[in-house]
Structure formats: C-alpha cells, structure tokens
Design a binder for this molecule. Structure first.
Ligand SMILES: [Ca+2]
Ligand SMILES: [Ca+2]
Length: 511
C-alpha cells in the first residue's frame, strides 16, 4: 500500500514538469529521472515508419475499402492527424527531414542522394535518435528508417545503440509478375501475389525482432525503438489472404478525372518527367491497374497486421501503458490519380500521410484536421518525453493538439520538391508554386480530389497572396552530390534539366 501511495504521489508531482534530467532511477516500474528534487516520467517511444504509405488507412478515409484495424485502434486510443503532410514526396528527403528536424529546402536534399551525413554542415547534426540517446534512452532500429545505409560499424553505432535486421522485401518470385514496364522496366516495378508465407517477408521478420527487443528491454531503461516497414513500397507482393480482403473488381479503383491534367501547369510534369513508375495509361493498357490497387491495399493491410503484432508484444511486455506510439508514412503514392502512379508530385496523393500518436500525455479518440508536418514529430517527441527543448528544429511541437485537437496551429503544411517547387496546404486550400512561376490552387471544401485548379480565377488573388507568405524563406539549390529525381530550372533560358541528363524544353512532348 505504501508503494502504491508513493506511486500516486509520484505521478501527481511529476506530470507536466519540464525540469532537466540527470540521474535515472526506477520508480514503480516506470522510467524516471531525478533532477533538482523533482522526479519525472520518461515514456518509451515506439516509432513506426511505413514506406510510401498514402492515406489509404481505414479511419483516414483515403480509400473507402482500406482495412487497417490495428492502426485504427492506435488512432482510437490517441490522436490522429488527418491533414498531415510530408516535407518532400520522396524517401531520402522526407526521412532526412523527419529524423534531423530540417526542411529539404534548408539542407538541399531533394533526391535519393546524397545522405545528410555526407554534407559537411550536417555531419554532426544531432538526430532525433541521438537526442534521445543523449537523454539516456536505449535506442534500437530495425527495417527502413534511414533511406541510406551506413558503411561502417562506427557510423551505425553513432546513430543507434542496437541495429536489428534491415528487413526489406524478403522472398521474391522467380521472375517479375507483371509485363515489362515502360521507362526502363525497373525490377522494383512489380506487384501481385505468388505462393509464399508471410513469415518469409522482411516486414514480418523485423516485427519479430522488434517484439523480442521489447520483451528483453531492461525495465529500468526507457527505450526508443524505431521500426521501419518497407511495404507498401514497390515491389508490393502479398500473400493471397490479404488480397482476399478486397474485391477483385473495379470497385477498388480510386476515382480519377481523365481531363485532370488539362488545367495543371506543364511544369507539373517536369517533377516526374522520366521515372520507373508507370503512367496510368500503361497500367490500364496492360490490365494492371486493378492488380496494382489491390496489391497496394493488400500490402497496407499486411503491414497493419504487423503493427498489430507489435502492439500485442508491447502489451505482453507490460510496457504498453508507458509507451508513446507514433506511426507515420514518409510520403504518399498515386495509384492512377492525375494520370500517374508513384510519388514526386506536390498534390494530396503524394503529400498526405498517416500521422498517429498514442500513449501517455495524449488525449484519446481525437482527430485533428489542422495542417501539420512530419517535421513536427521531432519537437513533439521531445515534449512527450519531457526532454529539454531545442532551438534548432524547424518543426513545431504538436503537444497542444495532442491535448486538444482544436488548439489553433497557425502554420500550414509545406512540401517542397527541388528548388522553387512548393506546396502550401492550409485547412481548406492547397496552393502550389512551381519554379517557372506557374501555380495551382485547390479548394478542398468543394474539391477534395484537387481536380479543379482555380489559381487563374480573379477571386483567387488574395488567397494566393495569403498562402505565398508561408513559402520557405530558405530555398537552397540541390546539395553537392544530389542525384535521382533532381530537377534544376533555368528561368532565363526556360529550360529544365532532369537528372542532369535530359534538357526539357517548353515544346517537348510529355513522355
Ligand atoms: Ca518512401
Ligand atoms: Ca485538373
């Protein structure tokens, strides 16, 4: 009884304190610290990234048939941000932004290369994991968290304490399941089902490792466990049971507008000029559209089931109540909308992602409709873990919204893709400015699919001005060593250079 009373007093005394920490002790099975005579709780953090996961998550409503009961349960127990957006619609720049707290326009990282650590200015930048480690967290990683690997053990050790399996696709079919795709027949451009077991998949295996890591975690240590799922990134293979969740007919297809690109600037094509991801015309011509959509949905449900296993492992370990869970996708994915598949656009399909928080200090059963950024994860976790604030992060803590989803957040969500191309997403609108000065404006109140570009309408002028004031103040050219998905525009010559190899002229036919 004395112990229980002590615990209750401890909880009363410590909730919401901001004192800095020094010595770790274990009180009542909680991770805690003592500083200046004040004790405080240190929650564990389960940090779950999903590669190329768009808004096709049950409770987000991005696809009416999407089945993700486990993520929906996490959302019900916490706060889900329904208007959350990546800072770049591509793996490396988006993940660099999340993990290091910087916009792509601040680092110049827009492509799949370089890694942020190879840029001298950011070589010693303290990442989210390093900041937690410096505050006595035990940090563990498995699966795809960073886009790039690290070549030496010393480099890996400086990023995380413990490295689990890298995960990835796992078992693959003997040959591609779909016909050769246009634009290079990239091996990753594949999807469908073939005879295999869920246990042979990288995402299953990293989950097993992560559960074991939770189970054996020292109860006196707070842990930061980063688990990065590689699906539904292509190649998106799933076993038949996950396909069976979705009808094998055209009811699974997302709504599209055949004339959708008639009112988007020509420059919008430049952002995805020559990519491995096939266009809608290709998947339709090759009767692959429905197969791709079902494969993507099947993989999302499979990943959701792995998240269910993780949560179950957390509950079994007894650490569930003192663990902050954050689930995020690094950027979205088009599955036919705007006549393309893939990412590399500034539209809703590319930028909108799941962002869900649950755990201690987070109000349950909340959905927040205000625009927020993945960049906000770093400062939010600092607040939720009761760490000292940092003044070098470009995100804003979401703690006010995690307490009350209606708390006002003035700044919109900004997404950039190469220098000069930006989207500003407010509660109601999306404004896009391209490097050549062309623009788009969408009113989500009446146009949730962003089909009707109203930028040229006279009544839009004031709205455009009000959105433009949020454009990034710093807008760097690509960092040295940039490659893959890099677009550079010369305004004087009106020429765009794609990938350092293709000069795009105003008159070139769209590929
Ligand atoms: Ca990705
Ligand atoms: Ca349109």
């Amino acid at each position: 009884m004395k112990l229980l009373l002590g615990c209750a007093l401890f909880l009363i005394l410590t909730f919401g304190t901001t004192a800095s920490s020094q010595d770790s002790i274990s009180v009542c099975g909680q991770n805690s610290d003592v500083a200046q005579g004040v004790k405080k709780i240190r929650p564990n953090v389960l940090f779950i990234a999903i590669d190329d996961q768009n808004d096709w998550i049950g409770h987000m409503g991005g696809h009416p048939l999407a089945k993700t009961p486990h993520m929906d349960a996490v959302a019900s127990r916490g706060t889900s941000f329904l208007n959350a957006h990546c800072q770049s619609p591509l793996c490396n720049p988006s993940r660099s932004s999340v993990l290091f707290g910087l916009r792509p326009t601040t680092t110049g990282i827009y492509g799949l290369s370089p890694s942020i650590r190879s840029i001298p200015k950011w070589r010693d930048r303290v990442s989210l994991a390093q900041h937690l480690k410096a505050n006595d967290y035990k940090t563990s990683i498995t699966g795809k968290i960073f886009h790039q690997g690290f070549s030496t053990k010393a480099e890996r050790d400086s990023e995380f304490d413990v490295w689990g399996p890298a995960g990835g696709v796992g078992i693959k079919p003997a040959a591609k399941l779909i016909p050769p795709t246009s634009m290079g027949n990239h091996p990753a451009m594949d999807w469908g089902t073939f005879p295999h077991s869920d246990t042979e998949k990288g995402d299953f295996q990293i989950t097993t490792w992560a559960i074991d890591e939770i189970t054996k975690a020292n109860p006196d240590d707070a842990f930061f466990l980063a688990v990065g799922y590689s699906l539904p990134h292509v190649p998106c293979y799933a076993t038949q049971q996950w396909f069976d969740l979705y009808p094998d007919d055209d009811s699974v297809l997302p709504p599209i507008n055949r004339d959708d690109r008639d009112d988007t600037p020509r420059f919008s094509w430049y952002l995805h000029w020559d990519l491995p991801e096939p266009r809608l015309a290709w998947v339709q011509h090759n009767t692959q559209w429905r197969n791709l959509v079902r494969s993507y949905l099947a993989c999302t449900s499979f990943v959701d089931a792995q998240i269910g296993r993780l949560i179950e492992g957390l509950k079994t370990s007894g650490r569930f109540d003192n663990t902050v869970i954050v689930i995020w996708g690094d950027h979205g994915w088009h599955l036919g909308e705007k006549l393309i598949t893939g990412k590399n656009t500034l539209w809703e399909e590319s930028t909108r992602v799941p962002l869900i928080f649950s755990g201690p200090g987070i109000t349950a059963s909340q959905q927040c409709n205000q625009p927020v950024e993945l960049l906000d994860i770093y400062p939010t976790l600092i607040d939720l873990c009761n760490l000292d604030a940092r003044d070098d992060l470009e995100g804003i803590s979401l703690l006010p919204q995690l307490r009350d989803a209606a708390a006002v957040r003035e700044r919109p969500a900004i997404t950039s893709h190469n220098q000069g191309n930006h989207s500003v997403r407010t509660t109601r609108y999306r404004y896009i400015l391209y490097a050549d000065g062309s623009e788009e404006l969408y009113d989500h109140l009446v146009d949730p699919h962003e089909w009707n570009n109203i930028a040229a309408e006279q009544s839009s002028a004031d709205l455009i001005t009000s959105h433009q004031r949020w454009l990034p103040q710093i807008d760097l050219p690509p960092a040295t060593g940039s490659a893959h998905r890099i677009l550079v525009y010369d305004r004087v010559r009106d020429e765009a250079i794609w990938e350092d190899r293709i000069t795009i002229l105003r008159t070139d036919p769209i590929p």
